[in-house]
Design a protein around this ligand. Structure first.
Ligand SMILES: [Ca+2]
Length: 161
């Protein structure tokens, strides 16, 4: 009996310990589903750090994190544009897509250069609810799955205009 109690209290300490760590960093109630949290572009690995609201950029050759880019709330999915000049990020809670510049010749390299969202002007409610997966048809057009709506948003890139 004593051993069972000791094991139980050890288990509770582990649970309590984890809770303490989770509560201190990011969103402790993390519920957003990661879909495709890694993308490759220009020798870098882009990783959705969902609880921290960042995309972490790792240099593939050195395996070192070179920067963390602040995006929307709970990024869950990434996709590199086929020409390699942008990485798009679905932010599940903030109902938006962040566009990161991955063109190394650009002055805004590794910065968020656009945020895609769609708000109803009268009600201020989003029409772009809970984006998850992103797929590019080509470098001019992307599809974004809106998970709560059972809809796919079709988005033209700035390059296509
Ligand atoms: Ca929402």
């Amino acid at each position: 009996m004593k051993q069972i109690l000791r094991a139980l209290s050890a288990a509770l300490l582990v649970v309590w310990g984890n809770w303490g760590v989770c509560a201190a960093v990011g969103h402790p109630t993390f519920l957003s589903p990661q879909v495709s949290p890694i993308a490759l572009a220009g020798g870098f690995v882009f990783v959705a750090n969902t609880p921290a609201d960042t995309v972490d950029v790792i240099q593939a050759s050195t395996r070192k994190t070179v920067t963390r880019i602040h995006v929307g709330i709970e990024p869950v999915s990434l996709a590199a544009r086929p020409d390699g000049k942008e990485v798009w990020v679905a932010n599940h809670v903030s109902d938006s897509v962040s566009v990161i510049d991955t063109d190394s010749s650009s002055p805004t390299y590794l910065q968020v250069i656009a945020t895609v969202q769609d708000l109803d002007s009268a009600t201020k409610a989003t029409r772009f609810d809970e984006p998850v997966g992103i797929a590019f048809a080509n470098s001019d057009k992307a599809y974004v799955a809106l998970s709560s709506e059972n809809q796919i948003a079709v988005i033209r890139t700035l390059e296509s205009f």
